[in-house]
Every structure is written in structure tokens, then in C-alpha cells.
Write a protein that binds this ligand. Structure first.
Ligand code: FMN
Length: 199
């Protein structure tokens, strides 16, 4: 619960290497995520070379802070078995869900290991493909810079549960105020929700 609530996207890193055991622990957490049919079609490329980190930052629209992370994990999906078993749904949807679950495991594990990370999905996929020799049939979904944090960002705003969760049917709101006193999950709310709230 602490990792879920206190993890933040980190975009400033110390110039300090990440121990290999920690990298392996993060990857291991990634491959313990649920996956459709337990096919585990994800693949992870760990990038340490400085030149490649710079190139990945450029491929991410000039997000140069990425290159300061000593490790960048690139999340890919093979999709061939997903396509064979589940068809188009497997190739285009399950593969994204699988990789997203895997990514969250990695972000939380990085936090638990005292590291900072950030999921980055805004990038030129063909450029990343070229930089890392990724074959055309492999999908590239996310890049995750990992390193020791050099910042402690404030928690960004989260919507209240009553604004995103319905009871029994779509649009049917909770009759009691779920934002108050249900349990530790809701204690974190710091801003009141209004119907017209728009982030
Ligand atoms: C699909 C996706 C794409 C993202 N792409 C980027 C990105 O390109 N650059 C970036 O700095 N952060 C990126 N983020 C991180 C979000 O900005 C961040 O998770 C959000 O602001 C909430 O902050 P938190 O992670 O600290 O809770 C991305 C997150 C997701 C889930």
C-alpha cells in the first residue's frame, strides 16, 4: 500500500549506478504480472549505454531527463502467441494490458527498492526500434527510466473514488459520501470533488 500511494514519477536522477540485483528484482516483478492466457509475451530491453540513453531521450521528443537515468527498461511485446490464441483482440488489446500490468509491477518494485522511475509512452516507436534493433513484428509500448531519485515531487491530484466508480450500473453514483472515512485508501484525498471537476 505504501508503494501504491507514495510512488511518484521521478524525472531527476542522481549520478549513481543501480545495483544489478535491483534491476533483476524489478524485471522479475515485471514477469510476475498477470497476462492473458499466462502467455507472458512481454520482453524487456535493459539499456545502460549512455549514447543509447541519449538517443532514447531524443526519440521521446527531446525528454533529455530520461538519459540521466542509469538504466532504461524498454517494454516490448512479441504478440505472436497472443495473436495465435486470441486473434486481433490478443494482439492489439491484451498485449497492451499485459505490458501495462507488468510496467506497474516494475514501477512499484523500483519504489520498494529505494529507486525512482517513470513510465514514458510518448516516443517515436520507429526511432526506438532503430536504436535498439527491435524487429518489426515486436511492439514497443513503454520506456521506463530507473535510477536513484534526485527529487521528491509533491503528490499530483487524484480524482475521488465517487467521481470514477459507479454502483451497479454505469452513471449510478454512490448515495453516501465515499470520500469520507471508509478506510486508509480514502484518507489520502486532499481536494474535494465537485460534479464539474475537470483535470
Ligand atoms: C501511458 C503513460 C504515458 C506517459 N508518458 C509520459 C511521458 O512521455 N513523459 C513523462 O514525463 N511522463 C509520462 N507519464 C507519467 C505521467 O505523467 C504520471 O504518471 C502522471 O502525471 C501521474 O504522476 P505520478 O506517476 O507521480 O503519480 C506517462 C504515464 C502513462 C501512464
Amino acid at each position: 500500500m505504501q508503494a501504491i500511494f507514495d510512488r511518484r514519477s521521478i524525472r531527476k536522477f542522481l549520478d549513481k549506478p543501480v545495483e544489478e540485483e535491483k534491476v533483476l528484482k524489478i524485471l522479475d516483478a515485471g514477469l510476475h504480472a498477470p497476462s492473458a492466457g499466462n502467455l507472458q509475451d512481454w520482453q524487456f530491453i535493459v539499456v545502460r549505454e549512455h549514447g543509447k540513453r541519449i538517443q532514447l531521450s531524443e526519440a521521446a521528443g527531446g525528454q533529455y531527463w530520461i538519459s540521466a537515468a542509469p538504466i532504461i527498461i524498454v517494454l516490448c511485446s512479441k504478440t505472436n502467441r497472443l495473436r495465435r490464441i486470441f486473434g486481433e483482440q490478443g494482439e492489439n488489446i491484451y498485449s497492451i494490458i499485459d505490458c501495462s500490468l507488468s510496467a506497474e509491477n516494475m514501477l512499484l518494485t523500483a519504489f520498494s527498492e529505494g529507486l525512482g522511475s517513470c513510465l514514458v509512452a510518448t516516443f517515436d516507436k520507429d526511432a526506438v526500434r532503430r536504436i535498439l534493433d527491435i524487429p518489426p513484428e515486436i511492439k514497443v509500448y513503454a520506456i521506463i527510466p530507473v535510477g536513484y531519485a534526485a527529487e521528491k515531487p509533491n503528490p499530483p491530484h487524484r480524482l475521488g473514488i465517487e467521481s470514477v466508480a459507479f454502483l451497479e450500473s454505469y452513471g449510478k453514483t454512490w448515495t453516501k459520501d465515499v470520500s469520507k472515512g471508509i478506510g486508509p485508501v480514502f484518507i489520502r484525498r486532499d481536494q474535494p470533488f465537485t460534479d464539474s471537476e475537470d483535470i
